[in-house]
Unconditional design. Structure first.
Length: 171
């Protein structure tokens, strides 16, 4: 009985050792970055007193381009791809640019659903740009849900304008 227990324990220990060795030897592809800019913001104190300006307090003006989406969809429409390709070309030619992609939704649906949908819309723009060769470090994504409509009316014309991603050059 004791010898069976010793054999079982040895097998368990060898198996654990083999698993540890296997996982320690695995490799992951890592993208090399020459320089990454980071910004630290203190959210606990008074930012205005420190001279820190938040995104909401800065008027970025009109977006460089607006990408529109179909109802309840986050996939890119074919008629919007030429605008995104132009942005991609511009970003690749000017690697110091940073692009802010704001996702938006119309008022239909719950606040939580619209927030998630707007984030997916902004992310689909980011995914397209990174697939076309733009560095993901030069793109910032935010979803606003239904909080920043372009048109406050409750009809299809207004809703179609509110289902969008807005692209801003911020640096």
């Amino acid at each position: 009985m004791v010898s069976i227990f010793k054999v079982s324990m040895k097998k368990i220990i060898y198996s654990l050792f083999a698993l540890a060795l296997l996982f320690s030897c695995s490799s992951t592809q890592v993208e090399k970055v020459s320089q990454q800019k980071t910004t630290t913001v203190d959210l606990t104190g008074n930012q205005a007193a420190r001279g820190v300006v938040s995104r909401e307090s800065v008027d970025l003006g009109e977006p460089y381009v607006r990408i529109y989406f179909d109802y309840d969809k986050d996939n890119l429409r074919e008629d919007m791809l030429s605008d995104l390709l132009a942005i991609s070309k511009l970003m690749k030619e000017n690697s110091s640019y940073t692009l802010l992609v704001e996702g938006h939704a119309d008022e239909r649906g719950t606040r939580e659903y619209n927030l998630a949908l707007s984030e997916r819309r902004a992310k689909s723009v980011e995914d397209f740009l990174t697939a076309s060769g733009v560095s993901p470090f030069n793109i910032e994504v935010v979803g606003y849900g239904e909080e920043k409509p372009v048109n406050n009316a409750s009809n299809e014309s207004a809703w179609s304008k509110n289902r969008r991603a807005e692209l801003f050059f911020i640096r």
